[in-house]
Each structure stands twice: as structure tokens, then as C-alpha cells.
Ligand binder design. Structure first.
Ligand code: PRX
Length: 570
């Protein structure tokens, strides 16, 4: 396959180039030398992200620049260290200790970062929750791993079904004035808690760091646990792929409740001592461009849906702002169409560098390094030292150009530690033995080693880069009194990549009406999350099913949608 590639700008000086040009013996041991624990033996992700930079003399550097409408705030590395120490002291006083599951349910705000880092300082396993999650999504996650602590605010607490979560011990609220009985107001507690000199709990590289729940095509979301060792790969991808340098102002648009927002919104940039931009509030083209202008963003990591939404706004909006500070743009989470790259080259004079990874992989694995040519439509090539293959159904390597299972040779430093209480699920990623991790994605490789995404091998839906399990949505739909059966698929969509579409069979006595369908959609939206609610619902008489087991044939439903988009002429 030949595709025209877009070569990197000449004369650039990139970290990856500087690091690798004279080093023919790259190995992870070398990378480990960048961490303080390499000399001290004392491991803690939050220490590497914050405290060590203060100790190295960078306390006055801005760690976080928060922008929300007209309000702005900055936090230096020293202030971030003090805040995380003080929050950690409060958490510790109320029992939080190494290995406890602590959930953080907060908006995009510096407090969300502080909460995550403070919990990690104590060795707790932190579970950031997406700010738009509704009751059921929250219940599934906290109940599954018997979360012991929660940091949230009074407003978000309304969406936490406390009565169904007996494991939850203490609730910490970020509000000064609180109405909830037995909860702890963090601002009040801070005033009453002595800061401890050495609040950090030193851990092992293999100890639990964070838990992110992720969907597959069956069952409830599974808890993917990562270990502190993930920092090795998160640091180096921040350096080589994001190309973070001392003066960079870096903006990752994802909320820390998503794995991208946690790994590349909190860990990787702080490990690289960058200045993070945090944009409070939802997507809005004007306020996004304004954020780039105000903060002087230099490195920008976002997702194809966001870029397509910006494209759809038109260049007039773009031209109202000064985005000339940008020097490096990256994308993740869903296929990046070539048009988006061409749009960026035309209007921002920059290429967009696609990256591929998954919750389970803990960090980027397939990337477009800033020094390499980009082939639009490709996700890039494996990170140095990472080996990938395209396998057939029996685990044999396929030749160039053939579509098969995208597999990664393990282990790599950031691979998940475990799937919480689900050894079988963990093993299912390695059907051909421990060497090859199977991603569930279908892909092909070209003669230059570039990898092209071709779809999923299961029924997982990817809408706006968010991973949605059809089973979860179907289960919720059939709880609605009017719904007898449901089959949920991803319908191709120009802006969002896919949208959630539900085919439903109504119970006897119900007839379809716009009001009923709106009610069903709201039913899901109010219980799971807005992004999981079907954007389209179609009522049918009968769902296609397998003859033997009677399982819903989602593939057939999807084929109907594709057929509508691209009718086959006979
Ligand atoms: O299908 C792939 C898609 O997102 C899945 C992983 O989703 P999640 O665990 O939520 O993590 C998302 C961000 C790390 C993958 O199995 N995906 C991720 N990146 C790309 C992608 N699909 C196409 N192109 C990408 N660059």
C-alpha cells in the first residue's frame, strides 16, 4: 500500500532525536535513570510528578494554569506540593492508607488534580470518575472494587447512590459549607490538620496506582488497575511523543476520569515538569481557541471528534484567535481521518500526530513521532522497543497489507497490573500465550511498518473517542417499562466517529411515539451518562438472533446501518 506521507518540518529539534541519535542500545534500564528512585530506591508517582521538581529548584514554575470563562488561576509546583501534602495529611487523618481504593468525582479543576495526587502520595489506588457519570455508572465502579473513600463536592454527591455503596467509609467534600451528615469538608479539615513532614508513603513499583473502568462488548465495565511502574513509559512518551520541553505550555483536553485525562492530563506532563493547562467547562469552539490564545498553548493533545467539531465551526471562528503559539498537535482515541490532518496543515500550519493506546496498555504504544513522516489514515508506528504484529485467528503473523488482530508483544512498563478480581478477563487478552497481548482492534501494517486501524473485532462502540459497551446500554434499556428487548450498535457518524444507536422491541401494549423514545433515551442518560444514551432509537418487530443460543446479532444490525449509508446496487 502506498500513501503519500507528510514529512516532518525540517530543522526541528526534538527530544526523541536528541535522545536516540547516539544511542543504538535503547533499553528501559536507561530510561529508569531519569527517576529519583533509581538512586534512592524510594518510589511514589506523586513524588516524581511534583515534589522532586521542587527539590530540584523548580518550585516557582507554573504547574497548572486553570482557565474557566473569565476566571483564571495558576498553581506553581511549590503550591501544588504544599496542597497535595496538606490534602494527603487530611486524608491520612481520616484513615486513608496504602492500597485503599479512593474515588475522585470532581469537575475539571485543579482540585481534581490535587485530590488524585494527594491520594497517590498515601499509596491509595485512585479511581478518577468522569464528571458526567450518573448514578448507575458510579455505583458499578465503586461497588465493584468496594471503594472505601470518595472525594467529591456537594453538587456531584447528589449523583452518588450512597445507600447502595456500603463499602464507602468517609466522604470528603471540597465545599467549605456542607450539609451532608458525617462528610468531611476538606477546606475546614485543612485548617485543623497539621502538615506532616514526610507524608509520602513509599511504595513498590508493582503496587497499585490507579483504577479505570473500561467497557468491552459484554458485561459490566471492568476495573483495570495500573502500577507505579507505569510512570517509566508515561514519562518517556511525554518526552518523545508529546515532545515536552522546559518552556512548553501543554493542554490535554480530556477529563482525568478518562484514561487519557489521567495519564496524559496529569502524570506524563507533570513527570516532564511541563505547565499544564486546564480548561474548565464543556466543549465550545470559541472558548477552546481562546484558551490556546490566553495560555499560549504550545503542545495540544485532543481527539478526532473535537477536531471535527472545530472544523465544522468554520475557519472564521478560528481566525478570530491567535493560535500561533501552537507547535505540536496530537490526537488519540478514535480513527483520525486524513481530512482532519489536511485541515490542520492548511489552517494551523501543523501536522496532527495520531497516537494509539488503550486503558489496558497504560501509555501510548503506536505513535507518530515528531521526527517521522506521517501517513494520513495511519495511527503511526510502534514506539521504539515495542514490537507489534498483525495476527490471524490462530495467532499466526499475517503478511504486509492483510487485516488481522492487532497484537503487542509484552510486557512493556505500563501494561496493566490486573483486572480487578477477574483473572479470566485478564487472561483473555493473551489467547495465544503470554507473549502477545491482543488489543481487540483489527488493523493492517504496510511495507514501512505503519499501522492502519480497521475496526474492532468485537462489538465495542467508540463514540467521540469514548469506549461504550453495548451490553451496558442494552441492560439499561430493558429496565425501561416499555422495552422488551434491545440491541445496541455504533452507527457511523461524520463528527463523532460513531453514535450509539439502539434497536428496540416494545412490550405489548406500547406504541412508538417521539415522546416515548425521548423518555427511553432520557432513562438511559439519567442513569449511565450522556455519552452512553442512544442518540437514535429505532423500534422494530423482532431482533436478529443466533439460531442456537438466541444471542442478539449486533453485527447484522450494524450491517443494516452500513447498507443504509452505502447501498449496494444490484
Ligand atoms: O479501538 C481503539 C480505540 O480506542 C480503544 C481504546 O479505548 P480506551 O481504552 O477508552 O482508550 C482510549 C484512549 C487511550 C482502542 O482499542 N483507539 C484508541 N486510539 C485510537 C483508536 N482507534 C483508532 N485510532 C487511534 N489512534
Amino acid at each position: 500500500m502506498t500513501r503519500q506521507s507528510i514529512i516532518p518540518p525540517s530543522g526541528g529539534s526534538y527530544n526523541v532525536q536528541n535522545d536516540l541519535v547516539n544511542s543504538h542500545s535503547f533499553n528501559w534500564k536507561e530510561i529508569k535513570k531519569n527517576f529519583s528512585w533509581h538512586n534512592t530506591g524510594k518510589v511514589n508517582m506523586a513524588y516524581e510528578c511534583v515534589d522532586r521538581h521542587v527539590e530540584d529548584g523548580f518550585g516557582e514554575k507554573i504547574a497548572i494554569h486553570y482557565i474557566a470563562g473569565n476566571s483564571e488561576a495558576t498553581l506553581t509546583y511549590r503550591k501544588l506540593k504544599d496542597a497535595t501534602d496538606r490534602w494527603a495529611a487530611v486524608l491520612k487523618k481520616h484513615g486513608v492508607k496504602k492500597g485503599d481504593f479512593l474515588f475522585v468525582f470532581l469537575p475539571k479543576h485543579p482540585e481534581c488534580h490535587i485530590a488524585i495526587l494527594a491520594a497517590i502520595k498515601l499509596g491509595a489506588v485512585v479511581g478518577p470518575l468522569f464528571e458526567a457519570f450518573m448514578e448507575e455508572a458510579i455505583r458499578d465502579r465503586i461497588a465493584d472494587c468496594e471503594g472505601k473513600y470518595l472525594i467529591t463536592n456537594e453538587e456531584y454527591l447528589q449523583r452518588v447512590p450512597l445507600n447502595d455503596l456500603p463499602s464507602l467509609g468517609t466522604i470528603f467534600l471540597t465545599d467549605e459549607q456542607i450539609k451532608t451528615n458525617h462528610a468531611i469538608s476538606i477546606p475546614k479539615a485543612l485548617a485543623q490538620t497539621e502538615v506532616e513532614e514526610n507524608v509520602i508513603e513509599w511504595v513498590d513499583l508493582e503496587d497499585g496506582l490507579n483504577i479505570h473502568y473500561t467497557s468491552g462488548s459484554t458485561g459490566k465495565p471492568k476495573g483495570i488497575i495500573h502500577a507505579h511502574r507505569a510512570m517509566i513509559q508515561q514519562y518517556i512518551t511525554g518526552r518523545w511523543v508529546l515532545d515536552l520541553k522546559e518552556n512548553d505550555i501543554y493542554w490535554c483536553t480530556a477529563h482525568p476520569g478518562w484514561v487519557t485525562g489521567c495519564v496524559y492530563g496529569v502524570f506524563a506532563p507533570l513527570l516532564n515538569r511541563a505547565t499544564i493547562v486546564l480548561h474548565g467547562g464543556r466543549f465550545n469552539a470559541d472558548s477552546w481557541y481562546e484558551t490556546i490564545e490566553k495560555a499560549g498553548v504550545t503542545v495540544w493533545y485532543s481527539a478526532p471528534t473535537a477536531f471535527r467539531m472545530l472544523m465544522a465551526e468554520g475557519v472564521d471562528t478560528l481566525n478570530r484567535y491567535d493560535t500561533s503559539s501552537l507547535r505540536h498537535i496530537l490526537s488519540v482515541g478514535e480513527p483520525l481521518n486524513p481530512e482532519v490532518i489536511y485541515w490542520s496543515i492548511e489552517h494551523l500550519q501543523l501536522r496532527i500526530h495520531d497516537t494509539w493506546w488503550m486503558t489496558e496498555t497504560g501509555a501510548q504504544l503506536i505513535v507518530n513521532l515528531p521526527t517521522e513522516p506521517i501517513k494520513p489514515g495511519s495511527m503511526g508506528k510502534p514506539l521504539p522497543t515495542i514490537e507489534t504484529a498483525i495476527l490471524d485467528d490462530d495467532g499466526n503473523k499475517l503478511p504486509v497489507g492483510e487485516v488481522g488482530h492487532l497484537a503487542i508483544k509484552g510486557p512493556w512498563p505500563s501494561i496493566m497490573k490486573e483486572v480487578w478480581r477477574n483473572e479470566e478477563k485478564y487472561r483473555s487478552y493473551f489467547p495465544f500465550g503470554p507473549n502477545w497481548y491482543l488489543s481487540g482492534d483489527l488493523a493492517l501494517k504496510d511495507e514501512d511498518g505503519y499501522i492502519f486501524f480497521q475496526g474492532r473485532s468485537d462489538d465495542m462502540i467508540n463514540s467521540s473517542g469514548e469506549r461504550i459497551g453495548p451490553f451496558e446500554v442494552e441492560s439499561k434499556l430493558i429496565e425501561h417499562p416499555a422495552v422488551a428487548e434491545a440491541g445496541v450498535i455504533g452507527k457511523p457518524d461524520f463528527i463523532r466517529g460513531e453514535i450509539v444507536k439502539a434497536y428496540i422491541v416494545l412490550k405489548k401494549g406500547y406504541t412508538s411515539s417521539p415522546e416515548l423514545l425521548a423518555d427511553i433515551r432520557l432513562f438511559v442518560r439519567n442513569r449511565l451518562a450522556a455519552h452512553s444514551a442512544p442518540r437514535e432509537i429505532e423500534v422494530i418487530e423482532e431482533l436478529p438472533k443466533t439460531k442456537i443460543s438466541g444471542k442478539i446479532l449486533r453485527r447484522e444490525l450494524k450491517a443494516r446501518e452500513i447498507e443504509k449509508l452505502y447501498p449496494v446496487e444490484v
